[in-house]
Write a protein that binds this ligand. Structure first.
Ligand code: PLP
Length: 427
């Protein structure tokens, strides 16, 4: 890495030449030194990511000294409760939400399922709900099920040639009857980033609520939910360097109105009203280790200064984006140039219009065989439909054999890219 001198007058004037220091980044993740993982190039990040030491430390510490029922008056319990509140507060800050606008549940699938049950009461017969055929099923089935309450389900279909969701098509589907729009921020197969801000703006003009699935977006830089102006936004923390949990954000004014899905006496206590069972305590506490990790990336590259956490995240996101472009674009280019391989989605990341989540298949062999060959070459990947079952069907692919998915994140290195290209060349 090369750091350049910057001129600081309240803010940095230039970060153009600061690059993500991949050695520093990888040194934060014990997996890269672990005997089981260290010889592998890890390309399954969209399935679940490795965790930094900061997260492991928080989890360990909690388990040793404060693994008791929180919020009582004895010290261990008080500390446990305070740490849980602190983690929630820090995560809310990171995505520009209020503390009472986020909840931590077991997974995105369960969070959306509970949310859809709550939103059922907003639906009258004849109301319309827009779902896509690009999303993971977690953001489709719960909304489709509202047809049982009389909702008409309208499908926003991808362009079959490009696999993109086109805004012009969406505009044709929106009507005064549209009540809910459920759309992914980034597809876990196509990799494309959808313009959620624009989708929200158009939907709000019709009075519809927007549910954004950020599971494939958030690992590449935490979003600012207020800028996106979505009504609900969700992502899985086990893919953003944490344990197996998921975050759901909701606008306070809507959360307040949702019917209680939790114990009867908790009525009115949003967001717990849509978090039955509550979070896993120790894992929730470990989430503050993600905050520490992101902050450490900022401090290492830019120095400790007075910028707000949102400004710091914005700068860290820029570093991550440039690095991800550097490591993923050669792969996109190579696959798209091979006659026997079919790439899904754009063949280049340009200005974060695509995540480094690369799905493809072969004309000559099954995705299962192709992924087995890559695994033999110490590329950790797999074939599957990744629960984007409708997306694969729409593209005319067999959801059982699926596609091979190479999903990278900021801790992948250019060596991983070379290993992958060598493996592909040998096939
Ligand atoms: C885009 C997308 N949405 C939703 C989900 C579901 O997330 P979870 O496993 O937390 O239920 C996934 C999981 O892979 C996903 O990739």
């Amino acid at each position: 890495m090369y750091k350049i001198k910057y001129i600081r007058i309240g803010v940095f004037l230039s970060i153009n030449n600061i690059k993500l220091d991949i050695e520093y980044i990888r040194s934060q993740f014990p997996a890269f030194k672990d005997p089981t993982c260290k010889d592998w190039s890890f390309f399954e990040n969209a399935g679940g990511s490795y965790v930094p030491q900061t997260v492991i430390d928080k989890l360990n510490k909690f388990m040793i000294s404060t693994k008791v029922q929180p919020y009582a008056d004895y010290p261990m319990s008080k500390i446990a409760g305070n740490q849980m509140d602190e983690s929630t507060k820090l995560f809310a800050e990171m995505i520009n939400a209020k503390n009472n606008e986020i909840l931590i549940g077991g997974s995105t699938s369960i969070n959306l399922y509970v949310l859809s049950n709550a939103l059922k009461s907003f639906i009258s017969p004849g109301d319309e709900i827009i779902v896509t055929n690009q999303d993971h099923e977690a953001n489709i089935s719960p909304w489709r099920r509202l047809s049982e309450s009389g909702a008409k389900i309208v499908e926003w279909k991808m362009n079959e040639k490009t696999a993109e969701l086109e805004i012009e098509e969406f505009e044709k589907l929106l009507t005064n009857k549209t009540k809910i729009v459920a759309v992914t921020h980034c597809s876990n197969i196509v990799g494309s980033v959808n313009n959620l801000k624009k989708i929200s703006e158009l939907s709000h003009k019709k009075g519809a609520i927007v549910i954004g699935d950020g599971v494939s977006f958030a690992p590449h830089g935490f979003p600012n939910v207020k800028n996106l102006d979505v009504d609900f936004y969700t992502f899985s923390l086990y893919k953003t360097y944490g344990p197996h949990l998921a975050l759901l954000y909701g606008k306070e004014k809507i959360l307040k109105q949702l019917p209680n899905q939790n114990h009867e006496f908790l009525s009115g206590q949003y967001p717990y009203t849509i978090n039955p069972g509550g979070p896993n305590h120790e894992e929730l506490v470990s989430l503050s280790g993600i905050y520490d990790y992101i902050l450490s990336i900022y401090n290492y590259h830019f120095g400790n200064d007075e910028l707000s956490i949102l400004e710091k995240i914005e700068k860290v996101n820029q570093l991550i984006t440039s690095h991800e472009e550097e490591i993923a674009n050669p792969i996109l280019d190579y696959i798209s140039c091979r006659d026997d391989l079919i790439l899904i989605g754009k063949n280049k990341i340009n200005n974060k219009d695509r995540a480094p989540t690369i799905a493809f298949y072969s004309k000559k062999m099954s995705s299962k065989s192709l992924s087995a060959l890559l695994v033999k070459n110490k590329i950790a990947t797999r074939n599957d439909n990744f629960y984007a079952w409708r997306c694969l069907n729409a593209l005319g692919l067999d959801p059982n054999d699926g596609v091979v998915r190479l999903s990278m994140t900021h801790y992948n290195s250019i060596e991983d890219t070379k290993n992958l290209l060598n493996a592909l060349k040998s096939i």
